[in-house]
Design a protein around this ligand. Sequence first.
Ligand SMILES: [Zn+2]
Length: 160
Amino acid sequence: MALDDIDLTHLRRCVELAREALDDGDEPFGSLLVDGAGTLRFEDRNRVKGGDHTRHPELEIARWAPAHLPPEERAAATVYTSGEHCPMCAAAHAWVGLGRIVYAVSSAQLTAWRTEWGAPASPVLALPVGGVAPGLSVDGPAPELEAEMRELHRRRATPS
Ligand SMILES: [Zn+2]
């Protein structure tokens, strides 16, 4: 499915959350949970600066969803995120039965940028969501947001 204006509006909020995270000393990632009626139900951003590197917003969404939404509402929901789910978050998303994923930049893009900048490799393979949870509907990237997200990640990877 191609990205439409509604998708881009939600992704722009994810980018705002990513910027907020970066400005607060965390990694630039932000995510939203939007229900099947199009209503924003939950949002969060990366919170790893305390040392717990599992504090990804997509994992927070996967924890929030089963406590607040029945299975059919989880399946109808869409998770928007500034960066494609990592394998940990993709697995959690699939285990709790959430629906479509829409991301602004892919894990492959981020990995290529970090390699270009000489940043340390991630301890977890940058598998695409489809390599972890092949049944999920996944859309992205959004070229409209690439430059802005690349700059946020560059600030994190090459602090001056
Ligand atoms: Zn993750």
